[in-house]
Design a protein around this ligand. Structure first.
Ligand code: ZN
Length: 309
């Protein structure tokens, strides 16, 4: 049997694909526009990518910006109507006659960090995402805690952020998940923008807020500090609950390593263990953690040991 896995990272605008062989991280990445509205075009695209390979892979492993309903197997992936509400695993297995593994993108990120990245030397790895949303994934012994669904580690949702920071009252903003007061509403890129608009009445993108923060601008500094104070308690609690000894951070905002260091410095004293080493750290498993994590989960399913570089 081949030891090659065909990996996909499926997003609302693009599908990225790469093969990974013998436990190593995926190689060259190819990109296709997501056939967002057409299920049959979507399945046909996957088939054509398999047909273009020199050798038939042993399995397909997919990272997806959504979750799998653990009771029905159907996807909840609102920004890709072509596959939302469908059982993609069953459809693809039927069409390709290959085993298909599907995991949430934050879960893939966490596994990628545990196997290939900053969590390599740790047993419990809690990967956190600060991107268009706030998410996470939990890994123990290199394996996902919640293999069906993708709900474990999702610390970004829950009615938990403080209502007062310093002298300021901060409202519980309504979240896309239906609750209000979620970390997701104040700590991803849209959350930072929302917070800045609330505090200063100023419309500014998250990157612009961060660069103003770096330049020492007082309003941006207050926004970032408020964001840190809002997320720190919930994150410290999640760290206590999981026993994670490393918290790799990914997503667009985490490319700002000064922000990741500031998160670490704010959160670490609030944890019960208060480790001396950095707890929240930048991700190190590369530019394609979705593909790498999908590959790692696929290799685990096939019984192939991962080979970190
Ligand atoms: Zn929420």
């Amino acid at each position: 049997m081949t030891d090659t896995i065909l990996c996909f990272d499926i997003g609302g605008t693009a599908i990225r694909a790469a093969t990974a062989t013998g436990g190593a991280q995926p190689g060259k990445v190819v990109r296709f526009p997501t056939p967002a509205g057409d299920r049959y075009a979507f399945l046909a695209l996957v088939s054509s990518i398999i047909d273009d390979l020199k050798q038939r892979p042993a399995a397909l492993a997919i990272s997806l910006a959504g979750i799998v309903n653990p009771e029905t197997g159907n996807l909840v992936v609102a920004n890709i109507p072509a596959i939302h509400g469908t059982n993609l695993k069953a459809d693809l297995e039927d069409r390709t006659q290959l085993p298909v593994i599907i995991a949430n993108d934050a879960d893939c990120f966490a596994v990628s960090e545990a196997v290939y990245g900053a969590g390599r030397d740790h047993d419990i790895v809690f990967g956190v995402i600060f991107g268009t949303g706030v998410g996470g994934g939990l890994v123990s012994g290199k394996r996902l805690i919640n293999r069906a669904g993708g709900f474990a580690g999702e610390w970004g949702h829950g009615p938990v952020v403080p209502l007062v920071v310093g002298e300021r009252s901060i409202p519980h903003f309504t979240c896309g998940c239906g609750l209000s007061g979620c970390v997701d509403t104040v700590a991803g890129a849209p959350g930072l923008q929302r917070l800045h608009a609330f505090l200063h009445g100023e419309k500014k993108s998250a990157p612009a807020i961060l660069s103003a923060w770096h330049a020492g601008e007082a309003r941006a500094a207050e926004t970032v500090e408020t964001c840190l104070q809002l997320l720190a308690g919930p994150l410290a609690m999640a760290i206590n609950l999981t026993g994670a000894t490393i918290v790799p951070a990914g997503g667009g905002l985490a490319r700002d390593h000064a922000l990741v260091a500031a998160i670490d410095e704010t959160v670490r004293p609030l944890t019960l263990a208060r480790p001396r080493h950095r707890l929240v750290v930048p991700a190190t498993s590369g530019a394609e953690p979705g593909l790498a994590g999908a590959a790692a989960i696929g290799f685990q399913r096939l019984g192939i040991a991962a080979q970190p570089a």
